[in-house]
Design a protein around this ligand. Sequence first.
Ligand SMILES: [Zn+2]
Length: 113
Amino acid sequence: RHWRSPLEDNTCPLCHAQAREDIDHLFFTCQFSSRVWNYLQIQWLACLSPSECLIAASKSFGQPFFKEVVYLATWNVWLLRNGRIFRNERPTFATWRRNFIHDITLLSHRFKP
Ligand SMILES: [Zn+2]
């Protein structure tokens, strides 16, 4: 939804690498996303399949709620990306972190002790 057509400017809106924006770049190899994963201490290793990558990353993460952390991290990267494209907002790591912490705090109310 709202993915830009190939006829539009499809360079990544989150970094200055002039890289083509695709799912792999936006969520994994982009400098911005790399900083997100470093912050969360989640390592994405080279794998044969996406499911193997998820399993390996989950094991290396070693904390509960891996899926929830990944979903909220990528969701907030997506929102910053949309803010840049549709509202010309400046994406910053500080904004991502503030929004991520807000969302994970709200979600934590559903966690069992
Ligand atoms: Zn990028």
